[in-house]
Ligand binder design. Sequence first.
Ligand SMILES: *Cc1c(COP(=O)(O)O)cnc(C)c1O
Length: 475
Amino acid sequence: MNFTTNFDIVRQALEDFTTEIYSPNNKVIDQIPLDQLIQKLDLSSWIKEGGLEGQVLKDFLSAFLSYQTRLHHSGYLGHQCAAPHYAAALGGFINNVTNNVPSIYEMGPSSVALEVFLVNWMLEKVGWKPTPLTVHSRMSEENYGGGVLVNGGSIANLTALIMARTQVAPEVWQEGNPDGLSILLPSESHYSLTKAAGILGIGKKAIHFVEVDKRGAVIPDSLPGIFKKVQEKGHFPIALVANACNTPVGIYDPLDEIADFCQEQKLWLHVDGAHGASALLSETHGHKLKGVERADSLVWDAHKLLQVPSLCAALLVKNHKHLDQAMPVGDNASYLFHDKEQPGVDTLHRTIETTKPGLGERLFFVLGAIGEGGMAGFIDRQYQLTLEVYHYLQNLPDFECPAQPESNILCFQYTGATMDSLFLRKKLLETGEFYLTTTLFKGARYLRLVFMSPNTEFGHIVNLVTSIREIATKV
Ligand SMILES: *Cc1c(COP(=O)(O)O)cnc(C)c1O
C-alpha cells in the first residue's frame, strides 16, 4: 500500500465529509460518551498492531469522521473557529510533509518568505510601516513595524503583554516583577488576557477593569477616573487593552478615543483584534477599527474570519524594536542564537514557541485561492447576515437581543417562556441540527450565535426559531 493510495482514500473521505453537510440527515454535532467512542474506534488495537491503511483506513475514517463536529454545516453557529477554505489544507499538507520551521531562516527560507510577506501585508492593512525586506538585523534603529505568526490569539496576547512589561520594567528579566505592576482591561475581554496576567505574575488583584456601556464597549470618559484610582493605589499599568471586537457580543471599542487617552498618559495600547481585526480588509466594516494605527500592538487571528484552520495568529507591532527586545533570553541557547551572516531573518526571539509549524502556509494558500477581495467578500457576507438576523429576531415578540451586532456575533434570549438559555442550548444540540453557545453578558445568560460557516443562510435561522418555539411548547 503506498502513499498515493492512502492519500486518495483520505481525500475522498474528506470530500464526502465537507459535501455531506448539505444532506438534511447530517448532524452538525453528534456526541457519545468518550469511553464508548474510544472503543468504537478500536484505538488500542491500531496502536498495538499498526496496519491502518487501504480498506481498513477507509472504515476507520468513516467512524472517525462521523463523530467530527461539522464546522461547514449550515447549523454551525458555535465557537469562533473557521469553517476552513479547502486551500488552507493544501498549505498545511505541504508543511506537514516538508516540516520546514520558519523560526529560523535556515530551516525554511520559503516558509519564512511567506510569513514575512504576510506580516507585512497585515501591517499595511493596519496602517503601520512594513518591515524593509533587506534589513536583517533585529537591532536596527530604524522605525518600522514588525510582527510574527504564532500558535493562537491567547499566546499572542500573552506575548503582547510580555512586550509591554519589558518596556515598563526591563529589570524583570533579571530581578522578577517589581511591586505594583497592573493592567487596565475592559470587563468584556477574552479570558486569555486575565490568564496572561496570572502567568505574568501580575495577578487578578492588579487588574483594573475599565467601565463599559450597555453594549459592552469601553466608555472613554471613564478612563481618567480609573487611571487616577490605579495611581492612588501605587500601581503602574503596563498596558491598557481594547477589544476589536469583544468576545461575548462582538462589539468594537472606540479605539481612536482610547488612543487619545493612552497617548496623553504614555500608556501602552494593546488591541485584541483576535476575532475582529479581519474587518480591516472590508471597505464596509474597516471603519470599526478607526484609530487602530495609533495602538502599540495588535493581535489578529487568521483562523477566525479569514477561513484559515487553527491556528494562525499574528502579533503585530507598530515599532519592531518592542517585539525584538521583548524577551531577552537568547544567551542561554548558543546553538540557536549566534552571529551569522544570512540572506534572511530569524523570528525565534519573538516567540514563546521554539519550533513552530509553517503557519504562513495556511493563510497564504487561502489568499492565493480567493485573493484579499474574496476574503473581504466573505467578511461582508457574514457581518451582513448577522445584522439581518438581528433585525428579524428583534421584530419577533418572543426574542430579544442585548445589543445590535457589529460583527458576526449575535446574542439573544428567548422570552416566550421562562426557560434557561443553558437548557435551551442542550435541547438544540440534542437535535443535531444546530450547534451554538451561550455567554454571560451583564450578569445574564444569553444564547450566542457566531456566523462562521459560509453555508449558513437566513432561512436556517428561521428554522432555528421554529425549533426553539417547539422546544418551548414541550416543556
Ligand atoms: C478567540 C479570541 C482569543 C483567543 O484566541 P485563540 O486563537 O483561541 O487562542 C483572544 N481574544 C479574542 C477577542 C478572541 O476572540
